[in-house]
Design a binder for this molecule. Structure first.
Ligand code: GRF
Length: 197
């Protein structure tokens, strides 16, 4: 599978996927990094692995739909099978982009609990003993698409939000590659359920 990574920030999930590909634990190739942030650390990750980078400056577009349309145009250059959001901080608005490309996202909680931002903080403050990681298809909603893969993380011993974040992040770094491997297998979506043969 040829992947496009969309990232806005530090890019640790992007880095983990690239490492897992190199070590043979993720059966894919990263064709391009697309970012809306020219200062994103993810750009350094791309350079480290000689992956092409496309920077799209959101300020030069009239509206979000035009901006998303430009993402589609850039993706079209790379024969992409799967678009992987890895800390991409914008909601995708263009139906055309969502219809043309399979897009997945990683979220640091067991959805449908704690969608949106600060999920680790929300889980900690709620007093959860177990939280986790969800990889899901992207639709027009917020962290609402069909679930591909989930992994639980025991946070019962964590003393602060930072501990929760780092424990969940370690699981994210292996879970995303597992989900990508799963998606190379035959699967069907029945309503909200993603069923693997
Ligand atoms: C991760 O916690 C991911 O679950 C969330 O955004 C964060 C991105 O981190 N969607 P990184 O940029 O991959 O380090």
């Amino acid at each position: 599978m040829r992947l496009a990574i969309l990232a806005s920030g530090r890019g640790s999930n992007f880095n983990a996927i690239a490492e897992n590909i190199l070590s043979g634990n993720c059966k894919a190739k990263i064709a391009v990094l697309i970012t809306n942030n020219r200062d994103a650390k993810a750009i350094d990750v791309a350079k480290k692995y000689s992956i092409p980078v496309e920077i799209i400056d959101i300020k030069s577009f009239k509206n979000r739909t035009d901006y998303d349309y430009e993402i589609k145009n850039r993706l079209d250059k790379y024969s992409i099978d799967l678009v992987v959001l890895a800390g991409y901080m914008l909601i995708i608005r263009s139906k055309e982009l969502l219809e043309k490309y399979k897009i997945i996202n990683i979220h640091p909680s067991l959805l449908p609990s704690f969608p949106g931002i600060n999920s680790q903080k929300q889980a900690f403050e709620y007093g959860c003993k177990i939280s986790g990681v969800t990889i899901h298809y992207v639709d027009t909603g917020l962290d609402s698409g069909p679930i591909i893969y989930q992994e639980a993380v025991d946070i019962s011993e964590c003393k602060n939000i930072e501990e929760v974040e780092s424990k969940i992040l370690i699981t994210e770094h292996s879970a995303y590659s597992k989900a990508i491997n799963l998606l190379s297998k035959k699967h069907t979506i029945f309503g909200r359920r993603v069923i693997f043969d």
